[in-house]
Design a protein around this ligand. Structure first.
Ligand SMILES: Nc1nc2c(ncn2[C@@H]2O[C@H](COP(=O)(O)OP(=O)(O)OP(=O)(O)O)[C@@H](O)[C@H]2O)c(=O)[nH]1
Ligand SMILES: [Mg+2]
Length: 179
C-alpha cells in the first residue's frame, strides 16, 4: 500500500468532518464513501473495506458520550476503526543471534530495496554492524540501486553484477559478507 497517499486522502476526509456544519447521515455516508475510495486506491482488500464501512456507520449511530461533540465522537470512531484496520499491533524483529539475517521477499516494485535501506539505517543507528546483500542479478540497475542506498546509509554492501547463476550466488554472496 502506498501509505503516504492514503494519509493525505484520509487527512482531507477527516478535515471534512471537523469543518462540517451538521454531523448527519449525509455527512457520515459521504465520509464513508471517501474512506472507501482512499483505501481502495491504496489496494486495500474490498471485503475488509466494506466491513470497516459498516462498523463506522453502526458506531456513528451510538449516542454521544457526555462532554464531547458528535463531531469529536465521529473523528474518534474513524480513528479507532482505521487503527484496527491498518493493524494495531506492531511486531519487533528480535535480534537474538549474530549474525541475524533478514531476507526481503516480494513482488516487483513492492518496496523491498527501500525497506532494506530503512532497516539498515535503523539497525546501524542502534549500534549493529549492518551489511546489505543484493542477490537480484536479473533486473538492470538493481545492483546499483542498493549499492547507492548502502553508501547513503553508510553500511557495507555485497552483490554481483549481471550473473546467470542465480541459485548458487546468494549463498556465495552471503559467504563473502561473513568474512
Ligand atoms: N510512497 C512510498 N513509496 C515507496 C515506499 N517504499 C518504496 N516506495 C517506492 O516504490 C518504488 C519501488 O521501490 P523499491 O524499493 O525499488 O521496490 P523493490 O521491491 O525493491 O522493487 P524491485 O527490486 O524492482 O522488485 C520506488 O519508486 C520507491 O521509491 C513507501 O513506503 N512509500
Ligand atoms: Mg529491489
Amino acid at each position: 500500500m502506498v501509505l503516504e497517499k492514503l494519509g493525505d486522502s484520509l487527512k482531507n476526509t477527516l478535515k471534512k468532518i471537523t469543518q462540517a456544519v451538521f454531523v448527519d447521515d449525509t455527512l457520515i455516508n459521504e465520509l464513508v464513501k471517501e474512506l472507501q475510495r482512499a483505501l481502495l486506491q491504496s489496494d486495500a482488500n474490498v471485503q475488509l473495506v466494506l466491513e470497516l464501512s459498516k462498523k463506522i456507520k453502526e458506531r456513528a449511530k451510538e449516542s454521544t458520550p457526555a462532554g464531547i461533540t458528535k463531531r469529536e465522537q465521529l473523528v474518534t470512531i474513524v480513528y479507532e476503526e482505521l487503527t484496527n484496520f491498518l493493524g494495531k499491533e506492531t511486531k519487533e524483529i528480535a535480534i537474538t543471534k549474530k549474525p541475524t539475517q533478514i531476507m526481503l521477499v516480494g513482488l516487483f516494485g513492492s518496496g523491498k530495496t527501500t525497506t532494506m535501506g530503512k532497516l539498515a539505517k535503523f539497525y546501524k543507528k542502534r549500534g549493529y554492524k549492518v551489511a546489505v546483500l543484493q542477490t537480484d542479478t536479473w533486473r538492470p540497475a538493481a545492483y546499483d540501486q542498493l549499492e547507492q542506498l548502502a553508501q547513503q546509509v553508510g553500511v557495507d554492501f555485497f552483490g554481483r553484477q549481471r550473473e546467470n547463476d542465480n541459485d548458487g550466488q546468494a549463498r556465495k554472496i552471503l559467504q563473502e559478507a561473513r568474512l
